[in-house]
Design a protein around this ligand. Structure first.
Ligand SMILES: Cc1cc2nc3c(=O)[nH]c(=O)nc-3n(C[C@H](O)[C@H](O)[C@H](O)COP(=O)(O)OP(=O)(O)OC[C@H]3O[C@@H](n4cnc5c(N)ncnc54)[C@H](O)[C@@H]3O)c2cc1C
Length: 436
């Protein structure tokens, strides 16, 4: 029997789960394409950005991941165009022909057309973003210790985080924990200074997709931790060291962290009519892109309204992407065996967000209950540890957390890449760059 070639573009939650399930399956040859040579775990990016975890705790090279699956290949490259009538994709690193193409490209930060925000703010969507943010925060801390200009120092003391979804809440909470506890040990120069953290959102509540009990607990906890939460506040610009809001208010700051929105990407070769709001590709119950033959989409990049429990489409979550990847793998195996494919249905296991040390919320579905406080925090740690892609990641993350919670603090307080003038990179840093 001639092997079918499945090309998967994107090795995030959706793409990697699809590829892994197809490993060593007869009749199928799989090529996974990604612009990075590693898979990474977005829910823990904020811990990399704040120096709690190193990059290799949350990322893993594709080639090592596929080492025991002889039918899985990896190609580094960026998708540039799809040529459906030739069943071909054009990548930045050459062309590939497919029998079935799966788009699993996720989303990118959405700045809603605000150019200054795109240019001047700090997003948190990729490993590079997290490293850039970590370098930036460390460098700002260092600058603060030798800066003598009072006005500049006042602006440096304000940090604005836009977007009160899980990512915004998590990073705001982590910075607040650092400020309230360890920062003054690391920077004794800051002993009499205060760091003002603002968490802002255009919505009327924090964590909009979660239950009311979780939202209320989160808001109360954030305020208790000394975070200024500003809701119903739409950011409209960020320039001249000022964040501007639509209602005319401003906050003077050097730092705007942007977690306020995402959008999927459009690709040349896919007609405009295939996209919905947020550039999500409209797929049928089997994740096939409507109006296209042999092209499928899974994860954040698609919208599927055939699941009766989610008529408006599924939330853009890791769990949905993971389940869609695994499900499509079953359907591809069924296709090869000439068996019937089954429609996708999401098994909602709930949602979680961490706020700070021993403070978290968890909306559970089985049993239907909401956990708050240390029990939710412990569940969050446990669940996220097991969602990591490899045993090596789990062990490294566990070890870093163990050390941090024992009181040694952030272990990763080094700048990678851009360092102050005349400071050569140490071998340790060079190793970390190579590893990524
Ligand atoms: C900071 C943050 C925190 C989050 N926290 C949570 C959480 O706690 N719980 C939860 O359920 N969800 C969380 N999410 C959402 C979750 O990460 C996404 O729903 C999930 O990653 C979607 O998986 P995916 O496979 O569709 O896309 P992704 O995981 O984004 O993977 C897309 C992949 O495609 C690759 N790619 C993109 N474009 C191209 C191209 N043109 N060519 C080649 N490769 C390309 C990318 O490099 C990437 O590897 C979080 C997201 C972020 C950013």
């Amino acid at each position: 029997m001639q092997e079918k070639h499945i090309v998967i573009i994107g090795g995030g939650f959706a793409g990697v789960n699809l590829a892994k399930q197809l490993g060593n399956k007869e009749g199928l040859k799989v090529t996974l394409v990604d612009r990075n040579n590693y898979n990474f775990f977005p829910p823990l990016l904020y811990q990399v950005a704040t120096g709690m975890l190193d990059i290799s705790s949350i990322s893993f090279p594709f080639r090592t991941l596929f080492i025991n699956s002889k039918n899985l290949a990896f190609r580094i490259g960026e998708l540039q165009e799809i040529v459906p009538n030739q069943k071909k994709v054009i990548l930045s690193t050459g062309d590939l022909h497919y029998d079935a193409l799966v788009l699993a490209t996720g989303t990118k930060s959405n700045y809603f057309g605000m150019e200054n925000i795109e240019k001047n703010s700090l997003p948190m969507k990729t490993v590079n973003d997290a490293i850039k943010l970590r370098n930036y925060l460390i460098m700002e801390g260092e600058k603060y210790t030798y800066c003598t200009n009072v006005d500049e120092k006042r602006k440096m003391r304000n940090i604005v985080i836009s977007g009160a979804g899980p990512s915004g809440v998590e990073i705001a909470g982590m910075i607040a924990e650092m400020r309230n506890r360890k920062l003054r040990d690391i920077y004794p120069e800051l002993v009499d200074e205060s760091l003002n953290i603002y968490l802002v959102d255009g919505a009327p509540t924090v964590l909009p997709p979660m239950r009311e009990k979780s939202q209320k607990y989160t808001l109360k906890t954030l305020k208790k931790m000394g975070i200024n939460v500003k809701l119903n506040k739409m950011v409209s610009d960020f320039k001249d060291d000022k964040v501007f809001f639509k209602d005319g208010e401003t906050i003077e700051t050097k730092t705007l962290i942007w977690t306020a929105g995402v959008t999927a990407m459009k690709f040349k070769g896919i007609p405009e009519a295939c996209y919905e709001k947020g550039n999500r590709l409209i797929v049928d119950a089997f994740n096939k892109v409507e109006q296209m033959d042999h092209i499928y989409a899974i994860g954040d990049t698609c919208i599927q309204t055939t699941d009766s429990n989610f008529p408006e489409g599924h939330p853009q979550l890791g769990a949905v992407a993971q389940q869609q990847g695994k499900h499509l793998a079953k359907n591809f195996v069924a296709m090869v065996k000439n068996e019937e494919m089954t429609p996708f249905e999401y098994r909602d296991k709930g949602a979680m967000a961490i706020i700070g040390d021993q403070k978290a919320v968890a909306d559970m579905t089985f049993p239907k209950t909401t956990l708050t406080g240390w029990l939710a925090w412990f569940s969050w740690l446990f669940v996220h540890l097991f969602l990591l892609v490899s045993y090596r990641n789990r062990f490294r993350t566990f070890w870093n957390w163990f050390n941090a919670y024992l009181g040694k603090g952030q272990s990763q307080g080094i700048m990678i890449g851009k360092t102050p003038e005349n400071a050569p990179l140490s071998d340790e840093i060079k190793d970390e760059i190579t590893e990524v």
